[in-house]
Design a protein around this ligand. Structure first.
Ligand SMILES: [Zn+2]
Length: 218
């Protein structure tokens, strides 16, 4: 197939998950066969006609009605969505002081779209990732692996397809990668991606590149 065109949306408002810092690691992880446009301008979501996939690395996930409508109609008509790490944080919003303060409830439209949301995380640590859906194209060539990252505790809907689970000594079993559909489009969420180490982990790279291929295959 032709090279997938990807719009990577992130932000630089917080000392963590900064697109300036993490964007190059994400781009590197997604691979050179992908054409990536990186932006902090959410208004890019209102016209996605030049892209095959949106990669979401937003911490504050708030979108205007127009931006959300642009994203949803793109996916409904066959576009692909890859939510990385903080994309599942649907409660954090800026506190005006460079950090975040939580909303009471996850943003409802995005919660339904994504099929799950971020609950919290303990310290960064090394933990295992257990692959369960070995026949899925996203898992092609990927075995269980270990990674150093921020372990995300996540709620998820019963009807998402979980491809990989966290195996952390002190935590319950939380999903690490899941997929679902939205209209004619495909969604993949992958919770790793706070640290450069995670994005350099070879098995995770393979998984992300497979995900890009699967999401673009429409
Ligand atoms: Zn993080």
């Amino acid at each position: 197939m032709t090279q997938p065109h990807v719009l990577l949306v992130g932000e630089t408002r917080f000392p963590f998950h900064s697109l300036d810092e993490m964007g190059p690691h994400i781009e590197d992880a997604l691979g050179e066969t992908t054409v990536i446009t990186s932006t902090t301008d959410r208004s890019a979501l209102t016209d996605l006609s030049a892209y095959d996939i949106v990669v979401d690395y937003l911490t504050d996930s708030a979108l205007t009605d127009e931006q959300r409508a642009g994203l949803f109609s793109f996916i409904e008509s066959g576009g692909g969505y890859l939510g990385l790490h903080c994309a599942a944080d649907l409660t954090s919003q800026p506190d005006g002081d460079g950090s975040v303060t939580p909303r009471e409830e996850p943003l409802p439209e995005l919660r339904a779209f994504l099929g799950g949301h971020f609950l919290g995380h303990p310290e960064q640590a090394e933990f295992g990732v257990e692959i369960v859906e070995r026949e899925h194209p996203i898992i092609d060539g990927v075995s269980d692996f270990r990674v150093f990252d921020e372990p995300y505790k996540l709620a998820h809907d019963e009807d998402v397809e979980v491809l990989a689970w966290m195996d952390h000594e002190e935590l319950d079993r939380y999903p690490v990668v899941w997929t679902k559909t939205h209209g004619a489009g495909r969604i993949c969420y992958a919770s790793l991606g706070h640290t450069p180490e995670a994005l350099e982990q070879p098995s995770y790279r393979r998984l992300l590149r497979n995900a890009v291929g699967w999401l673009a295959e429409q």
